[in-house]
Design a protein around this ligand. Structure first.
Ligand SMILES: [Zn+2]
Length: 96
């Protein structure tokens, strides 16, 4: 392997740094959308525009629906009930 001069090494480092910065910018750009109310750039996870206060619909995020919440509550309730019943049954069987 040929030895790199100080200059070459520095140039490579700078190039790598620039590349990294570009990638970072690209990642950031992916999350930038324009506000439909004022046209300014906002991030796609925002629910409210920081410039005009307009409502935004964040991408990749949807609040849990009531239906889903009810289902989760029902399932946790049933599991809880089963555990309580199982504890009772065990207590009765093991009690005497
Ligand atoms: Zn706005």
């Amino acid at each position: 392997m040929a030895k790199l001069t100080q200059e070459e090494r520095r140039a490579r480092l700078a190039a790598r740094e620039a590349e990294r910065e570009q990638k970072r910018q690209q990642r950031l750009r992916r999350h930038v959308v324009t506000c439909p109310h004022c046209g300014k750039e906002v991030l796609d996870h925002m629910t409210k525009c920081p410039f005009c206060g307009g409502e935004l619909s964040p991408r990749g995020y949807s609040p849990m629906s009531e239906e889903k919440k009810k289902k989760i509550r029902l399932v946790t309730g049933i599991i809880g009930a089963i555990i309580v019943i199982a504890a009772f049954v065990l207590a009765i069987f093991l009690g005497d």
